[in-house]
Design a protein around this ligand. Structure first.
Ligand SMILES: [Zn+2]
Length: 331
């Protein structure tokens, strides 16, 4: 049907259709589907490659009192240049309310960098839980599970040209919400070098150990992956760790319910779209009159951006967006 129409025109046509569909029906159909589902307490597993990607799934996560939410970060985000002191000197805007990384990282790939990024995620969820009480946000001590069985998968880091496949990388750190709303689980699969096999190992390990780790064993209602986009005309995000999350949720059937990946509306695989509520969008991204980071994302993750994180709307032209689209597998 679109043969002979130049790509730019096709894009404009597609966006026009999107606007019509959004006005008319996709979201309404989704709401009907949800409304018809009998209320059952389930668990959701939110899969992010890095600690700061959670908002990419937020339209499916917010205001869900019947869902126990497990936020899984597959890496510790330790490759970020913002852990280098000279870069952070210009990126951290503490005067605007951005929280300084804690502890103070002396560089990339350091334990302090990992810990600071973990703490940013815990801080983000804690602040988001203040306005949305269905979000886990009351975290106590961390429990670390080490020497997890390899199950034939080699877990490696490839940092600065140095390859490390030590058994100590087969670890999971678990924080539980004191109010029973969910948990945070950190694996250590290597920021920048995540593979589909490593991600599959981590998610299978999590599913197999929910009981042992003291997590709610409720039926998993959905596994929801963070955003990636290779080639469709939304925000371009071919980051290999994000692509690995898409690959694992698309290719590997974990047998626990639908597997969902955040994508561009124009991705032909797209099956479901929804808006983040204005309340949650503000809770994460609101700025004060002088650019003060009032929202949880800006406040806790602001040190990972030179300026303020932008929030895209219906055009989906930034990494974080209030209008979110997803493909669905193994439904
Ligand atoms: Zn990321």
């Amino acid at each position: 049907m679109t043969a002979g129409i130049p790509p730019l025109t096709r894009g404009i046509i597609a966006w026009s259709i999107l606007l019509a569909v959004v006005a008319g029906g996709t979201v309404a159909l989704l709401a009907i589907a949800i409304a018809r589902t009998p209320v059952e307490h389930t668990a959701s597993i939110v899969v992010v490659p890095h600690p700061d990607d959670e908002f990419q799934t937020w339209s499916l996560v917010e205001d869900t009192p019947d869902e126990y939410k497990i936020f899984v970060s597959l890496t510790r985000g330790d490759e970020t240049g913002f852990c280098e002191p000279d870069i952070r000197e210009t990126s951290l805007q503490a005067d605007l309310g951005e929280r300084a990384p804690d502890p103070d990282p002396p560089g990339r790939w350091t334990p302090e960098c990992m810990e600071a990024r973990q703490n940013s995620l815990l801080g983000y969820l804690t602040q988001m839980s203040e306005s949305d009480p269905t979000i886990p946000g009351d975290f106590g001590a961390m429990t670390e599970y080490t020497d997890l069985p390899a199950e034939g998968v080699e877990i490696c880091h490839d940092d600065d040209g140095v390859r490390d496949c030590d058994a100590s990388l087969r670890t999971a750190r678990v924080w539980k919400d004191a109010a029973g709303r969910g948990a945070v689980v950190f694996f250590d699969l290597g920021d920048g070098d995540l593979t589909q096999d490593e991600a599959a190992w981590a998610l299978q390990t999590l599913i197999a150990n929910r009981d042992t780790w003291g997590l709610d064993p409720a039926r998993v209602g959905a596994m929801i992956g963070a955003f990636a986009n290779e080639g469709h005309s939304c925000y371009s995000y071919p980051h290999p760790d994000h692509v690995a999350v898409h690959q694992v949720l698309w290719n590997v059937d974990f047998g626990v319910g639908p597997q969902v990946g955040a994508t561009c509306f124009l991705d032909p695989r797209q099956r479901m779209s929804a808006f983040v509520s204005p309340e949650s969008a503000a809770a994460a991204f609101a700025l004060g009159p002088n650019g003060e980071r009032l929202g949880a994302h800006g406040r806790n993750y602001g040190w990972l951006h030179d300026d303020a994180f932008p929030l895209a709307g219906i055009r989906q032209n930034d990494l974080f967006m209030s209008f979110q689209s997803f493909w669905v597998r193994f439904n």
